[in-house]
Ligand binder design. Structure first.
Ligand code: SAM
Length: 345
């Protein structure tokens, strides 16, 4: 299997049979090997730097009913919240003082957040923090809205495609949601000029090796600037409550595959990976990730943005825990970079 990994590293692509073999037969030794190759490639481009992004969870209200997600519309047990403009700007100020130069506004698809309100918020962040990047992760919107947000000063947009297989998409989402629209949104975001991120949950219910191959191929075709890979984790109040969590090894394997195929992409070591097992965040970095997204949301709301059971939001996962994060990264030979960390091909 090492020759397959070597080929992936030099050619940045694999024939489908070899990709299938790697996904199917990756033993502990191969995983160790591909993680090391991916780490070397990340280090060649980013040194020992890990970029930080301040995550502001702006609303847990959502019109969608994704079967896996804890803040889905049908979950009546969620205490819903929506941050005000002042509160979001307060998070940015706190983040700026801590050294963050990217703010990520993420939330459910909250119809009560009108385009006008969002534009006002983006414009305010842009004028107060001209040196910072603004990333949005607010789901599917019209081309016109995406364009207005881009013109208002947003630079990046995260929208995981979740799965490139339309039938699998239907297993994860109710019929109202459209796989075609999700994929089209990603193409639109790229066309507009957003640094665009997509990705998947590893081990989502019903996911097969063939689905993963299609995901890898789609991402190869789309060439996003950011790739978000984390394990699926069940949430107790969703239809997938009893489904098994995604597996650490497979998540690390995919992370390394994406790093070898997309050497300069921005790839986070996700909160879900940190939640899956102790040391998960560090293992993600050692498998080729180069971004972490500490939580800048107001402390009193953090628990309410519970996408899955026991979602980490404290300690090194919290923006105010940067020193702890720095210490954990130092222990594996890395350091926090406070640069804005734009995509650089
Ligand atoms: N509404 C926006 C969207 O759809 O892109 C952004 C918020 S959504 C909660 C962000 C991401 O959380 C999703 O793309 C999904 O991959 C991830 N997520 C949701 N539930 C999850 C779960 N149970 N386990 C792991 N990741 C989950």
């Amino acid at each position: 299997m090492k020759t397959v990994v070597d080929r992936l590293r030099t050619e940045r692509t694999l024939p489908v049979e070899e990709l299938r073999a790697l996904l199917t037969h990756c033993d502990a030794e191969t995983l160790e090997y591909i993680n090391r190759q991916a780490r070397e490639v990340a280090q060649a481009h980013f040194g020992n730097n890990v970029y930080i992004r301040g995550l502001i969870e702006v609303s847990n209200c959502c019109r969608n009913d994704c079967y896996y997600c804890g803040i889905r519309k049908s979950n009546r047990k969620v205490a819903r919240y929506r941050l005000s403009k002042e509160s979001i700007l307060g998070c940015c100020e706190e983040g700026y003082q801590l050294g963050f130069r990217t703010f990520v506004m993420q939330g459910g698809e909250d119809a009560a957040f009108s385009d006008e309100q969002l534009l006002e918020i983006v414009e305010a962040i842009r004028s107060r923090y001209p040196d910072c990047a603004i990333t949005l992760s607010l789901g599917e919107k019209s081309r016109q809205t995406y364009e207005r947000l881009f013109r208002a000063g947003a630079n990046r947009y995260l929208l995981r495609h979740e799965t490139y297989n339309a039938a699998h998409y239907e297993q994860l989402h109710p019929g109202k949601m459209s796989w075609e629209n999700r994929i089209q949104c990603l193409r639109t975001l790229k066309e507009i000029g957003f640094q665009t991120g997509t990705g998947i949950m590893v081990g989502s219910p019903g996911q097969t090796i063939e689905h993963l191959i299609a995901d890898v191929q789609f991402i190869e075709e789309l060439q996003p600037q950011m790739i978000g890979i984390g394990p699926f984790l069940p949430h107790h109040d969703t239809p997938f409550a009893t489904m098994p969590a995604g597996n650490m090894e497979r998540t690390l394997l995919l992370l390394s595959i994406f790093r070898l195929m997309h050497p300069t992409a921005l790839i986070p070591s996700t909160t879900a990976l940190a939640t899956l097992a102790p040391g998960g965040r560090e293992r993600g970095i050692l498998a080729g990730a180069n971004v972490v997204m500490p939580n800048l949301s107001p402390r009193e709301e953090r628990k309410k943005y519970e996408l899955y059971n026991n979602k980490a939001s404290l300690g090194a996962e919290a923006a105010e825990g940067l020193q702890l994060l720095d210490k954990q990264l130092a222990a594996i030979g890395y350091r926090i970079s406070k640069d804005r960390g734009d995509f650089n091909p």
